[in-house]
Design a protein. Structure first.
Lengths: 285, 231
């Protein structure tokens, strides 16, 4: 093992320029992928924020007694899709309307009786905030005899679904393309490093080194270059994010876990790339 | 030790490099493969260290039947051979000592044993005082001595040398040939490919002359006797 470490260190020391170049190449190709990742993360977060407003509102018939409503609310809260249920009384509804719809303040002031119905506002768990689940919950709510009407903005929830699907599909295709480009560039870079040492590989073979022995320092080198490149890419992405956040629009950055996955992916790419390059070289000579 | 039986090596583009070649080099012998450029000397050596395989025929090297050897077994054979080239094939960014040690390291030799073994062979080739120098700081003859030390460090059964003096002046050539003779005297077989008949005359050894890929003369075999290479 110590020999592998020594050989790897030697490779970095002997060709510092080429090593720096390959780390930089890995960093920049992962940076492009990372930028795309940042866009994806932010789109997803924005959609998530919008989706938070997906709510099923069940309007209650006038005169429904509070006990029935409370029991029903508990019942509904036990639905697997439901996060929580808020009982909005007629008075609460009016107060909310006065607060939210300031332009109609006068109308609400002059009312003799409250025209707004009481309701149960049903919030869904994040994974169920789509048209299909909202409709299913709505159907079940309609079965309660004291419920007059159920609304969940079917139209815009469906639009949201569509947006989510498009974002997911585009994300997968563009992400795969960027990843492929990164793999090709990194593979080529590592192949250069292998070719640069082809004489050394030939000599190693002549003195009886096994292919496994020859491969190990290259794999470690690839892994290290990939990890360093990944680290560089995360740094570059952070720089880009900081600039965008400061001057263009409020954005969010990767979580620590996502950043670590990015660095790990760099390492894995380096490992796979060097394994493929060395393997091909060893087969061909 | 090394036995070629009806060996033919055909290349699709350039044709046959060896045609129905048979010879036997016994253990401990000093053998020459001679002939003009393109006669098949290097091809014969490559078949011995398995850088190439015969199209037909059988090549046996120190008990290994090379035709049936898998790619994974080749390193095991090469560790029992020492190989020396005309262009030395040293690693430029390693010192003489490191170049020799490298051949031991790749075989997984224990670290504590490497230093003394390297110094022993460097002393044997007369380069102990230049162990710390890089190939570029050494003369051609000295570089070839490092290459020979590297070939010897694994205590090979046979040393294969492909035109080892091809890049050297007369004095350095004499030194290398003497070194190879000394190595042979200590029990290691030497197979040397060369087109330099002056060298052949200075060594009493087994002579195999190749012409256009075929054996034209084998001193072990009294049947044939070419005019050009009579000892």
């Amino acid at each position: 093992m110590s020999l592998v470490l020594r050989e790897t260190a030697l490779a970095f020391r002997r060709a510092p320029l080429l090593s720096a170049l390959s780390v930089t190449t890995v960093a920049f190709s992962l940076f492009v992928f990372g930028l795309f990742g940042l866009v994806a993360v932010n789109i997803r977060r924005t959609i998530g924020n919008v989706a938070e407003r997906v709510e099923v509102v069940a309007y209650l018939k006038r005169g429904t007694d509070i006990e029935t409503v409370t029991l029903a609310a508990q019942d509904i809260e036990a639905f697997p899709e439901v996060l929580r249920v808020v009982h909005v009384t007629e008075e609460d509804a009016l107060a909310r309307a006065r607060h939210d719809l300031v332009e109609f303040k006068d109308i609400f002031q002059d009312l003799e009786s409250n025209p707004l119905p009481a309701s149960l506002d049903v919030r869904l768990k994040p994974e169920f905030r789509d048209a299909v689940h909202a409709a299913a919950v709505a159907d079940r709510l309609r079965a309660y005899p004291f419920i007059d009407d159920v609304r969940f903005g079917q139209d815009w929830v469906e639009k949201l679904d569509r947006l989510r699907n498009i974002a997911g599909a585009v994300g997968a295709v563009v992400g795969a393309a960027f990843a492929l480009v990164a793999i090709i560039i990194i593979g080529t870079t590592i192949r250069m490093a292998v070719l640069q040492r082809s004489q050394e590989i030939a000599i190693m073979r002549l003195v009886g080194a096994t292919d496994g022995f020859i491969r190990r320092p290259f794999l470690l080198e690839g892994l290290l270059k990939g990890l360093l490149g990944g680290l560089g890419a995360v740094g570059l992405c952070y720089g880009a994010y900081a600039l965008i956040d400061a001057y263009l629009l409020r954005a969010s950055f990767f979580t620590v876990a996502q950043a670590l996955i990015g660095i790990g992916a760099g390492g894995l790419l380096g490992l796979v790339g060097s394994s493929a390059s060395v393997g091909r070289h060893l087969r061909n000579v | 030790m090394i036995k070629f039986t009806s060996v033919t090596r055909d290349y699709p583009k350039t044709g046959a490099a060896l045609k129905d070649v048979s010879f036997h080099i016994p253990k401990g012998e000093f053998a020459f493969l001679t002939g003009h450029s393109g006669a098949g000397k290097s091809t014969a050596l490559k078949l011995m260290y398995l850088a190439d395989r015969p199209t037909s025929g059988d090549v046996r090297v120190s008990g290994f039947a090379t035709a049936r050897m898998s790619q994974r077994e080749i390193p095991r054979l090469r560790r029992r051979l020492g190989i020396v080239f005309q262009d030395f094939q040293l690693l430029a960014e390693r010192t003489a000592e490191e170049n020799v040690a490298f051949a031991l390291e790749v075989t997984g030799a224990r670290r504590a044993t490497i230093g003394p073994r390297v110094m022993r062979v460097l002393t044997q080739v007369g380069l102990a005082s230049k162990a710390g120098q890089y190939p570029r700081e050494l003369s051609g003859g000295e570089q070839q001595r490092v290459a020979i030390a590297r070939a010897l460090v694994n205590d090979p059964l046979v040393l294969l040398a492909d035109e080892p003096t091809g890049n050297l002046d007369e004095r350095a050539t004499r030194g290398i040939v003497q070194l190879l003779k000394d190595i042979n005297a200590s029990g290691t077989a030497v197979v040397m490919a060369t087109h330099d008949l002056d060298i052949v005359r200075t060594v009493k050894g087994h002579l195999i002359e190749l012409q256009q890929g075929a054996v034209a003369y084998d001193s072990a075999d009294d049947a044939a006797q070419p005019e050009s290479a009579a000892p």
